[in-house]
Write a protein that binds this ligand. Structure first.
Ligand code: HEC
Ligand code: HEC
Length: 287
């Protein structure tokens, strides 16, 4: 907050409190002054003092306000004598929560994968962790979406062993499919795309595919392999099945070739403890 706003809030609050205080006492009277002189249809308005209980509550609430902004943050930048902050409260609650569940996570974390996968409670915890940390990208049922891999199928860009998936979670993965438009040329992109269609068993133009195969064998094999089955070292997906991260139509394949794709799985090691990563790895592999 800038100094200007700080004083705007401080003065705004204190001056309006003072003004209300003044208003209350400036108009104070102890005894009835009879009527105000207003009269309508024989009905007259009495001019009585404010009830004492009401005045008392008003004063108490003003004192409460002063106490509140003295203790809690509220007066501009002044953080309050109590040093309360929502962040600190959140941290304290999170720490309490962590401490409460630490034994559970430690117990599940110490089980080996096989036993954990059979443990109903362990897999429930796994599902809950999944929903909290992963479902925004991979979907509530882990079925994935455009650009976000399905975690329930048989295709694994980065491998499906316990170690591979654990590595994916701890370190994240950055896929590097660079754009090939310039290297392939306009015609080359169409030809190679037809070759990819052929590899994946889709309708294609045989002549174009044959021309594309040559370029594939020089430019793409290093990552996607001679047989097109991919390579988990580079996260290069299998191009021979009907599982697509970015769509398997001619248009989508050409778009992939022209523009490249850089899927990014964020590292979780700063967010999740070792035990939680173990539980999640086991859960993902059980899907
Ligand atoms: C340096 C390694 C590398 C090379 C070389 C490479 N790719 Fe890729 N390719 C990848 C990676 C990694 C991905 C996954 C991108 C992602 O996950 O975001 C990918 C993705 C793709 C996809 C999308 C697959 C899907 O499921 O949607 C196609 C199609 C593809 N590559 C075709 C090719 C073709 C054709 C060539 C040669 C012109 C080629 N790639 C060269 C690494 C490579
Ligand atoms: C911000 C979005 C995002 C979040 C959150 C996220 N992921 Fe991912 N994840 C991705 C993307 C994108 C990829 C694909 C990376 C690539 O293109 O290679 C991926 C890839 C993966 C893979 C590798 C799949 C394969 O075929 O090898 C696994 C396993 C995975 N995620 C599990 C998880 C788990 C478990 C969580 C929760 C802790 C999680 N992800 C959270 C976006 C996300």
């Amino acid at each position: 907050m800038s100094m200007g706003w700080h004083w705007f809030v401080v003065l705004g609050l204190l001056l309006s409190l003072a003004a209300m205080f003044w208003l209350l006492f400036a108009n104070r009277q102890r005894t009835s002054k009879g009527t105000t002189g207003h009269e309508w249809d024989g009905i007259e308005e009495l001019d009585n003092p404010l009830p004492m209980w009401w005045v008392g509550m008003f004063v108490v609430s003003m004192i409460f306000t002063l106490g509140y902004v003295a203790y809690y943050p509220g007066l501009g930048d002044f953080s309050g004598a109590g040093s309360w902050s929502s962040q600190a409260q959140h941290d304290a609650e999170a720490a309490r929560h962590e401490a409460r569940f630490a034994p559970l996570y430690a117990e599940l974390g110490s089980m080996d994968e096989e036993a954990l996968a059979q443990d109903k409670r362990g897999m429930q915890v796994g599902r809950r962790l999944y929903l909290n940390h992963c479902s925004t990208c991979h979907g509530v049922n882990a079925g994935g979406a455009f650009g976000f891999p399905n975690l329930t199928d048989d295709e694994w860009q980065w491998g499906d062993s316990y170690e591979d998936i654990r590595y994916t979670l701890v370190n994240g993965r950055v896929a590097q499919m660079v754009p090939w438009g310039a290297a392939l040329g306009e015609k080359g992109v169409v030809n190679v795309a037809h070759y990819v269609l052929q590899m994946s068993g889709q309708e294609h133009d045989a002549e174009r595919a044959a021309a594309g195969a040559e370029q594939y064998n020089t430019l793409c094999v290093a990552c996607h392999g001679m047989d097109g089955k991919g390579n988990k070292l580079f996260g290069a997906p299998d191009l021979t099945n009907d599982i697509w991260l970015y769509g398997g139509s001619l248009e989508q394949i050409m778009f992939t070739l022209n523009n490249g794709r850089q899927g990014n799985m964020p590292a979780q090691s700063d967010i999740l403890s070792d035990d939680k990563i173990h539980i999640l790895t086991t859960y993902i592999r059980s899907l």
